[in-house]
Write a protein that binds this ligand. Structure first.
Ligand SMILES: C[S@@+](CC[C@H](N)C(=O)[O-])C[C@H]1O[C@@H](n2cnc3c(N)ncnc32)[C@H](O)[C@@H]1O
Length: 333
C-alpha cells in the first residue's frame, strides 16, 4: 500500500524511529521496509528536516484485543456483551445475558478467534446448584470437551468443568491463605473440590486432609495429587459431617460459602486452641460480615472456645449487592 515514509540510512534507522515515536508521527499501522542501505519508516504526515517519499509498505497484522471487536451481532446489542469470562485451562465459560439470546454461538466463535489458547467455549446454562455446587453448561464453539488442565499458583489441576466446582477467580485468595500458612501444619480442607487449596498448601503442610462429597471431585483430586506429587494430601470421599470428629487440624478451610453457617459446628469439632479457620460466606453490601461473625461467635461459645478475628475481606462480587467474603479467625481456649 502506498504510504508516506521517511527514508533514512539503515545505521540511523533506530534513532530516527525513536524520534518519530517521540514526535507522535510514526504510523504503526505499517511495517518498516529495508531498501538497499536505507530504511523506509511509515509516518502519519510529512515532517520538516526528513526526506519524505511515497513507499509501498505492507500493513501490519493488527490482532483484535477483545472478542468484542470481531463478534458478529447487531450494533445495538453490543452494549450487552459480557466484559469478562472465566478461562479454565483451555476452556472458556461465559455468562450470556438475556438480551443476547440467539447470538450465543457468535459470541463463542469470536472468543475462539481472538484467544488462541482457548479450544472450547461454553455458556453458563444455570446457576451453581446442589450439594456438588456445579452448573449446567451449553457448548457454544470449538471442541465439545469439558475436561481440561488448569494451571494456577504453580500447580496443575485436571478437572471436568461439567462435573466439579472450580473457579479460577479464587486463585489470589488461595495464594493469600498459602502465605498465611506455616511450615509443618496439619490442614483440613473441608470442601476440597479437585484440590486447589489442598495441593497448594501441601507445599508447606505436614499433612492435608482433603474431604469432598462429590466422587468426581475426589477422582480428580487423586489425579492431581499424582500430577503434583503432593503425596501428603489424604483424599477423603464423604460427607464432612461424618469426618470432622476424627480430625484435629492447625488450619481449617471452609470453602462452601452458600452453607457456611451450617457447617461451623463441624469446623469447631476439628479445631483446637491455636487453630486458624478460613471461613467463606456470602453477605449483603450493607453489612457483609455482621451475621457471619455473630454466628461464628455463637458456635464458638457452644464449644467453649473464644475466637480472635485475624482478618476479613471481600473476595469478589457474587451477585448484585452481594459479596463473597472471607473471615480468618483463630480459636482460643
Ligand atoms: C464451593 S466448592 C469448593 C471447592 C474447592 N475448595 C475450590 O476452591 O475449588 C464446595 C465443595 O464442597 C463439596 N461439598 C458440599 N457439601 C459437602 C459435604 N457435606 N461434605 C463434603 N463436601 C461437600 C462440593 O462437592 C464442592 O466440591
Amino acid at each position: 500500500m502506498m504510504v508516506l515514509a521517511v527514508k533514512v540510512p539503515t545505521k540511523l534507522g533506530e534513532q530516527v524511529r525513536r524520534k518519530l515515536i517521540e514526535l507522535g508521527k510514526f504510523d504503526e499501522r505499517y511495517k518498516i521496509r529495508r531498501e538497499g542501505g536505507f530504511l523506509l519508516i511509515p509516518v502519519k504526515e510529512p515532517i520538516e528536516g526528513f526526506e519524505i517519499i511515497e513507499a509501498d509498505l505492507e500493513p501490519k497484522e493488527i490482532r483484535p484485543r477483545s472478542y468484542k471487536e470481531v463478534v458478529n451481532i447487531p450494533e445495538e446489542l453490543r452494549r450487552y456483551l459480557p466484559t469478562s469470562f472465566d478461562i479454565i485451562g483451555d476452556l472458556a465459560v461465559v455468562e450470556i445475558p438475556e438480551e443476547l439470546k440467539g447470538y450465543e454461538k457468535e459470541i463463542g466463535k469470536a472468543i475462539l478467534k481472538v484467544h488462541k489458547g482457548i479450544r472450547g467455549v461454553f455458556a453458563k446454562g444455570s446457576k451453581i446448584v446442589g450439594e456438588y455446587r456445579v452448573r449446567e453448561l451449553i457448548h457454544l464453539a470449538g471442541e465439545n470437551r469439558t475436561e481440561t488442565l488448569h494451571k494456577e499458583n504453580g500447580i496443575r489441576l485436571k478437572l471436568d468443568i461439567s462435573k466439579v466446582y472450580f473457579s479460577p477467580r479464587l486463585a489470589t485468595e488461595r495464594m493469600r491463605v498459602f502465605n498465611m500458612a506455616k511450615e509443618g501444619e496439619v490442614v483440613f480442607d473441608m470442601f476440597a473440590g479437585v484440590g486447589p487449596y489442598s495441593i497448594l498448601l501441601s507445599r508447606k503442610a505436614k499433612l492435608v486432609f482433603a474431604c469432598d462429597i462429590n466422587p468426581w471431585a475426589i477422582k480428580y483430586l487423586e489425579e492431581n495429587i499424582r500430577l503434583n506429587k503432593s503425596f501428603n494430601v489424604i483424599p477423603i470421599l464423604g460427607d464432612v459431617r461424618k469426618v470432622s470428629g476424627l480430625i484435629k487440624a492447625d488450619r481449617i478451610i471452609m470453602n462452601l460459602p452458600k452453607f457456611a453457617k451450617d457447617f461451623l459446628p463441624y469446623a469447631f469439632e476439628s479445631a483446637k486452641p491455636g487453630s486458624v479457620i478460613h471461613y467463606y460466606g456470602f453477605g449483603p453490601e450493607s453489612d457483609p460480615y455482621g451475621e457471619h461473625i455473630k454466628e461464628i461467635e455463637k458456635v464458638a461459645n457452644e464449644f467453649s472456645f473464644k475466637i480472635e478475628i485475624l482478618g476479613k475481606r471481600i473476595v469478589r462480587n457474587y451477585a448484585p449487592r452481594q459479596y463473597n467474603i472471607a473471615i480468618d479467625f483463630k480459636v482460643i481456649s
